[in-house]
Each structure stands twice: as C-alpha cells, then as structure tokens.
Design a binder for this molecule. Sequence first.
Ligand code: HAS
Length: 545
Amino acid sequence: FQRDDQLLIQAHIGFAYLALLLGALAGVLQTLQRTGVISLPSALGYYQLLTLHGVSLALVFTTFFIIGFLFSGVAKTTGGELTPRERAWGWTGFVLMAAGTALALIPILTNDASVLYTFYAPLKASPLFYVGLTAVVVGSWCSSVTIFSAFRRWRRAHPGESSPLFAYMAVATMILWVICTLGVAIEMLFLLIPWSMGWTERVDVSLSRTLFWYFGHALVYFWLLPAYIYWYVNIPRLIKGRIFSNSLPRLTFILFILYSIPVGLHHQFNEPGIDSVWKFVQTVLTFFVVIPSFLTAFSILATFELAGRSQGGKGLLGWITKLPYKDVRFLAPFLGMVLFVPAGIGGIINASYQLNQVVHNTLWVTGHFHLTLATSVILTFFGISYMLIPVLRGRTLTPAMNRLGIVQAFTWVIGMALMSGGMHAVGLLGEPRRISYTTYNDHPVAQMWFPYRQAMAWGGGILFTGIVLFLIIAVYLWFFAPKTETPNEYPIGEVTPDQPKPPLFLERWSIWIGVAVGLILFAYTMPFVQLFIHPAPGALPMRTW
Ligand code: HAS
C-alpha cells in the first residue's frame, strides 16, 4: 500500500479493535450478570453494560472495520492508491466517526444513555448520545465519497470495461448504507434529538421505531456484504482458485440494494399501528432478500469445487479435501460460512410471519444475531484481519501465529455454539431477551431456563478468551512479527477464463437506485401515511397538528 493509504486504513482498523476490546469486556460482564454467575457493583447497571456492548460491537467496531477493509480493497483495485482528495474525505469521515463515538460513549459511561443499541423511544438518552451517533453516520457518508470517487476515477480511465469486482461490491455496499442511514438520520434529527433536548414534549414511539427499522435491517446487510466480498473476491486467490462468475456476484449485490431496505417491518410484526397487510407485503419482500444469499452459497461452493478439482480432487467430493484448511485466513471464514447455514435458516424462521410470534422478543432472536453477525461475519473479519494486518504492516503471519489463529477460530466456534445454542433453545422455552438476571427468577417457568443459562455463561467466558486470543495475535502481527523482505500479496481473485463480460447495465447505478427507491416507496408509503392519520393515544403533538 501507498504509505498514506496505509495510515488511513490502519487508523480505521486500529480504532475498530479498541471498540472490540471495550465491547467484549462489557459483553462478558453482562453475560455473567444475566446468567446469575456474578452480581454487578452498584455503580454498574445491566442495561448500561448491554448498551456499551451493543453500541461498541454492533455499531462502532463493525463500521470502522468495514470502512477500513473496503478502503484497502478499493485502493488496491482502482489503480493501487487513493488520490489525495479521496484520502481527505476518508480522514474527514474518520475524524467525524471517532469524535461521534467519543461523544456517544460519555453518557453511556455515566449511565445517561442506557437505551441499548437500538435506542428505542420512549427510553431516553442524553442528547450527546444521539448527536454522537449522528456524527458517526455523517462521517460514514464522507467515507462513502472516497469509495464512490475512486470507482468513478477508475471508470473514467477505463471506458467500456467491466469494473474491478471488489470496487463494484464496495460501491454497492455503500449505496445500500447511504440509502438506509437516511432513515436513522431523520429519526435522530427530527425526533430523538429535539425530544432529548427538551424542545419537544413527547416522542412518537411508532414513528421512531419504524424509521429505525427502515435502517435496521439493511444495517445487517451492511455487516454481511463485506464478509461476502471477502468470500467472493479474496478467498478464491487464497485457495489458488478462480472466481466462478463475474456477473453473478454483481447481480447478488444489486439484489441486496433492492431488497434489504423495504423489509424493516419484519422487526415490527407485533407492533400496533401498522396494518397487517403491509407487514405481509414486507414478509414477502423479506423472502426475496434471502435469494442473494442462496446465490452466494451456490457461487462460493462452485468456486471451491473448481479450485479443489484443479488441484487434483477426484470423484464427487474429493475436491473438498483439497481446500487449505490449515490456513487461518481461509479456515476462520470457512467456519463462518458453514455456520451461516443454520444462522440463515433461523432468519427465515424469524421472517415467517406466524412463527415470529413464537420467537419475537425472546432470547432466540439474540441467539440469531449472535450466529449471524457474531459468528459468520465476525469469523470472516478475523480471517480478514489475519490477511490484512501482515499486508499493511509488512510483516509475516508466522506458522505459530497461524496455528494460534486456528485455535482462536475454534475457540470462537465452541463459545458461540454454547452461547448462541443456549439462547436459541431457551428462547423457545420463553425466556425474554433484554432482561437482567433477577427479573423473572422466582417464577416456576424460569426454573427451566437455568441449564441453558449455564451454557450461555460458559459460552460467554469462552468467547471472551477468544477475543483475548485474537487481540494478542493482532497486536503481535501489528508490532512484533518478523518484517518481510518483499511486500505481502493482497489477495484479489481472478475470474475463471472465457467468462462473458458482465452486462453493462449492472453498472448503471442510477437504474438500481431508482428501482430501490420505487420498492421503498411501495413498501413504506402506506405504513407511514397510516402512522400519521391514525395517531396512537399519546402520540407526538406533531401528528395531531
Ligand atoms: Fe436477522 C433479527 C430475518 C440474516 C442480524 N437479525 C435480527 C437482529 C439482528 C439480525 C441483529 O424476519 C436483531 C435485531 C434486534 O435487536 O431486534 N435475518 C433475517 C433473514 C435473514 C437474516 C430472513 N440477520 C441476518 C444477518 C444478520 C442478521 C445476515 C447479521 C449479519 N432477523 C430476521 C428477522 C428478525 C431478525 C425477521 C426479527 C426477529 C424479531 O422478532 O425481533 C436472511 O438474510 C438469512 C439468509 C441466509 C441464508 C444462508 C445462506 C448460506 C450461505 C452459506 C454458504 C456456505 C458455504 C460453505 C458456501 C439463506 C451463504 C458451505 C459448506 C458446507 C459444508 C455447508
């Protein structure tokens, strides 16, 4: 990497690791409290820790890590380096996001923002919390300018050619991000900030939650798509294979732009004030957003099969034995892929309108997002780190660190199997999510939950060990691993030869943004109109004007 790009990427990744440490500490403490293993000192609240855990990991760690990773691949594939102007946008984004994180952390630490990572009204936080998170969102928009402008620079220099796959996917990810964050920005600027400042007397709960989920489900794909990018583009090179298709991954990402936003109501099936017809419409659209993941499963398996066969894998399944399981840069994400199969099935269960009644607001849902985000995505982010840090720092991923990385990845899988498995099971026995240990303890039904709570506590402890191991490896690779003589390769896969050129309409962003806006208007206009014309008792004065 060019030195200035290297600094920009390192700043993002380094900041992400600090958030990871903070979030993991809060995570293990709240797990142990929740499962009855420890009591917290009176100065620390369960909801305070849960907010710190969720905000640090789900919002801060992910956003910084993803932007750092996207910058690395975009710089690499759009000519080898960013321009000074692109870098300036990147740094502006970084400063805004870092300052916003610091602002949001202050009230969390003083217990003035114990509103969890979804900051549902009517839970109210200090204005600093909302202002801080808004700055994080605005900062990420600046970072998207870096990515869009690098892509446009490349396009101008290569008219008529099909764009580099990594850069294409990074642009698609950021388009999705910009469209969905508009919802949460509106929620903060027009509802939560004025209310927390005392400028408005009340807040419109239904409206604020609907705006949040307009953003919230697409947020999960903002986490997932960078993992998919690594699976589609970087891994083929690591396994000495080729990318199976140049067009299919592009179509997959376009489908995510179209379908990941008009589905937020599947988080609100149980909420009054929204007509069930529109909940059903968004259920159907949710089943559409599953399709690009099926396409991904197919493409990645095809890539693996071609790679395994080209290296001598014989018979129906012989190719499976040829994959480089001893390379942690491949193994960690591979474990994530395997676990994404049950994780995705869980998502489909959640999305099934009636089945959602059984699992909603139970620990099943917490189990679901620990299996998707905190397993499949994070294992991939571990793999990316083991690849990226040595490249950025010009150091070697030594065989000993590679082995320790494998131990770390398995530690994570075992911890998550216990914790997320326990959460799924106890959720079906009715244990609600987001309750502290003592809430229902004396109830006879709660007695059934105890064995699962023990599994969750063990899982949480093992996961914390996994994070400590990860951070030890990351620090070693960052500062102490032996320097390499020649720069490490940043793995970018090549497409299988003789592929037809991807149709150029896949590169016409205006078409896809237009279709996405059309679908959003279709899925959300009536729910919002209904929220305005049938104000719930006690609704914001705004709605009764
Ligand atoms: Fe979800 C709740 C539906 C995916 C995250 N989800 C959440 C929440 C989070 C979250 C954080 O419909 C909680 C929010 C909160 O705090 O309230 N989710 C879905 C559906 C999918 C889905 C339909 N979710 C994700 C992903 C997440 C994530 C991904 C994070 C990254 N989710 C829901 C619903 C709720 C929900 C409801 C609300 C529940 C409620 O009541 O509150 C789908 O996108 C899943 C599709 C995935 C697949 C799997 C494809 C498999 C692949 C692996 C290939 C493997 C290979 C290796 C190649 C169909 C791609 C193979 C090798 C072998 C040997 C097998």
